[in-house]
Design a protein around this ligand. Sequence first.
Ligand code: CMC
Length: 426
Amino acid sequence: MPNRTVTMIDNRTGEKYDFPILEPTIGPDVVDISTFYGNTGMFTFDRGFTSTASCRSKITYIDGGKGQLMYRGYDIAYLATQKTFLDSAYLLLNNDLPDEETLASFTEEMKKRSFIHEGMKKLFDAFPDNAHPMAILSAGVSALSTFYFDHLDVDTPEEYMEMAHRIVAKIPTIAALSYRYSQGLPVIYPDMNKGFTENFLYMLRGYPHHHIDLKPIEVKALDTIFTLHADHEQNASTTTVRVVASTHAHPYACIASGIAALWGRAHGGANESVIRQLEMIGSVENVDKYIAKAKDPDDPFRLMGFGHRVYKNFDPRATILKEIQQELVQELNLDTGLMAVAKKIEEIALSDEYFIKRNLYPNIDFYSGIILQALKIPKEMFAVIFVIGRTPGWISQWIELKEQDNIKIARPRQLYLGPLDRTPKY
Ligand code: CMC
């Protein structure tokens, strides 16, 4: 049995330090450097956490080289094509897929909890017209703590699950209201006769007392987008949720922080940026010019919806969405100029040396932006859609952290390069 350690030699002194190697179920071995500072008096430096495992987790696994993604051991393609979003949400929260009866009662539970306190409507009224729905959503989730404040200290598995159900069920309602208020549209309450995803589309696009004709392909496309976003290991927003949770902040604060982190264009804001960029490019004739800009090292312009920190082969979520996009185009008879621009960009990028060398493939946001636009969902709502999908993942990760024996506050150190000795004599 080989010695499962890594030895570090300080070449200045010749001193040797051993660090244990932890063995995962699958994936790269992990060197435990938690004693590094104590033993060596030095910090490690890892900008952007490219080599750092920040926690132990049993929830989601990604192999970026193979383009593989699993929730609780189930392949994403199986979950996205054979199961619903609520199946995946239940799986993430409970570790097992629900049987038919369990799924039915979970669906009922989501419906019952989908209404929000009427008093919350005053909050929405306070925002100016055209406020971004992500801003209203994060404020709305924070505000839940003021309406359901008797449940802020959650410490038992039953309380975790109640909190999970409340947040997963209410976020689509807050999300839809964020949009309705930002547009001055009449409020639509949840419809107890509709399923989770259908109900969200209804609250977003419907009118009071008016039947809305939603095509099954539209509901399926959005449900698949929710499933594909449901969890993604220790990404920026999930890490944010865990960092905030490590301070023992209440779960609404943790989820609101996750929403803030997700908003950025390098993360969940990318699908909105994809469409804005396609609109800016405007026509197929302009594509070459923008590809050249993306390749120019002196130009900060990046092709939105391309590249990924972890996937260096292809993004399995993008492959599934590409198929959905094709189905949608056929069934809804869509033919927009933007799709032609997107197709040209995709063709060039997939065959261009610059993109191939750097493993820059279309990611989930490249296709989700185009699909959401086909579903007549306004651009400002794209990141909000991502939030609805990601919520079960954030809460599962929050529960996993809460269930640890001793939670350690997340508190990284730094490489200080600032000034010294500037205090005057006084
Ligand atoms: N367009 C042009 N060049 C790019 C792009 C792009 N979209 N992405 C990366 N590069 C280049 C980059 O300039 C660098 O080139 P060089 O080696 O010559 O300096 C190289 O590729 C590596 O880039 P990086 O920034 O070091 O890679 P990263 O892993 O830190 O960043 C990323 C990953 C997703 C932030 C980045 O690829 C990006 O900004 N993409 C566009 C935004 C986007 O689509 N984000 C959605 C990510 S998927 C949703 C999610 O999971 O949150």
